[in-house]
Ligand binder design. Structure first.
Ligand SMILES: *[C@@H]1O[C@H](CO)[C@@H](O)[C@H](O)[C@H]1NC(C)=O
Ligand SMILES: *[C@@H]1O[C@H](CO)[C@@H](O)[C@H](O)[C@H]1NC(C)=O
Ligand SMILES: *[C@@H]1O[C@H](CO)[C@@H](O)[C@H](O)[C@H]1NC(C)=O
Length: 316
């Protein structure tokens, strides 16, 4: 009897063990929540529901007019929106990765104006020039002088990638935006007749499998990453912008951000355009929804919850 361990809760050994257990659980829960939920204070579902109308009304060819931000750089009298390159080799190479048509150019603009540091691109975006009056400045992709480098894939020359912001938009809107960009001239949408063609159907089906595959690969290849859902960015631009700046280790300059916001919403909203037809057949919906499910499962393995993108175009 004497050497039997006393298991009454009052025993100091048991209390000690209990306390230690509670301490461990807290540690574990804390770690899981910081890994699994990048964004614990907001539910993507709520954001999607609230932002749905806006998003559905948003210009479907977002990203098409790379120069669409032109009007936004007008400098306000009291606002200093100057930008600079950082010394060569001083910045990590962080990609701003997305499937085409996902709002990449807009994010590039937000980051550049809020931080005062130029961004780069693997593309020669419309509006790119060699002086401060240009919308975007040309730079060498591997020079490590910019805050981020816009890209649509990981095939970025032969330079070491240090991390990425992976921007994800629902494939219905992204595919439509990209099709419009590819099949129209600079300013207009693809003609309605184009959506009756086999070409559109084939494009959408191929693009949707690219969408899930590419984002899946990016998750796998880039451990230092931040996932940004386009729909959340539309819903709460300020919050998501701060989250990006934190990821990029940039101290937010609230004055710059305020100046940016004086025009950012207005200009963005001006791009909204209603589209009164749904170009997706139920067969296409099914294919795209299955790609969404595929990516949903992959993302779950990495601890992310994909917003409710299924049948996105039918939620109207
Ligand atoms: C935003 O920019 C436009 C075009 O540059 C300008 O006309 C407008 O006054 C600005 N809006 C605000 C609220 O300052
Ligand atoms: C899909 O990806 C392949 C390989 O990267 C590319 O050649 C093709 O153009 C893409 N198609 C669409 C519609 O995105
Ligand atoms: C797919 O979209 C079409 C066109 O809007 C719609 O009529 C149909 O109900 C959708 N199908 C599914 C399975 O959601």
């Amino acid at each position: 009897m004497a050497n039997r361990i006393n298991l009454r809760p009052t025993s100091p050994l048991v209390s000690g063990l209990l306390l230690f257990g509670i301490f461990l659980s807290i540690l574990i829960i804390y770690n899981i929540s910081s890994v699994k939920n990048e964004n614990p204070s907001r539910s993507p579902f709520r954001a999607i529901r609230n932002g749905l109308q806006d998003i559905l009304n948003a210009d479907p060819d977002d990203g098409k007019k790379e120069g669409a931000t032109e009007s936004k750089i007008q400098q306000q009298d009291h606002c200093i929106l100057n930008r600079k390159f950082m010394p060569k080799g001083s910045m990590p190479l962080i990609l701003l990765l997305s499937f085409p048509g996902s709002g990449n150019t807009w994010v590039r603009y937000l980051l550049e104006r809020s931080s005062g540091i130029y961004t780069g691109s693997v593309f020669n975006d419309v509006g790119t020039g060699n002086d401060d009056n240009a919308i975007f400045r040309a730079s060498e992709v591997c020079s490590k002088t910019t805050l981020v480098v816009k890209a649509h894939s990981l095939n970025v020359k032969k330079c070491h990638i240090d991390g990425a912001i992976i921007l994800v938009r629902n494939p219905y809107s992204a595919i439509l935006a990209e099709f419009n960009r590819q099949s129209s001239d600079k300013t207009s949408n693809a003609p309605i007749s184009a959506f009756k063609s086999e070409a559109w159907k084939n494009f959408a089906i191929e693009a949707s499998s690219n969408w899930s595959r590419k984002i899946g690969t990016q998750l796998e290849k880039i451990p230092n990453r931040m996932i940004l859902y386009y729909e959340n960015l539309v819903q709460d631009t300020n919050f998501e912008l701060h989250r990006m700046l934190e990821f990029l280790k940039v101290t937010p300059d609230e004055n710059r951000i305020r100046c940016l916001f004086e025009n950012v919403t207005g200009s963005f909203k001006r791009k909204h355009r209603k589209r009164d037809f749904n170009p997706y057949s139920s067969e296409m919906n099914d294919t795209i929804d299955s790609e969404i499910l595929k990516l949903r499962k992959i993302m779950k393995e990495y601890g992310y919850i994909l917003p409710p993108y299924e049948s996105y175009m039918t939620l109207k």
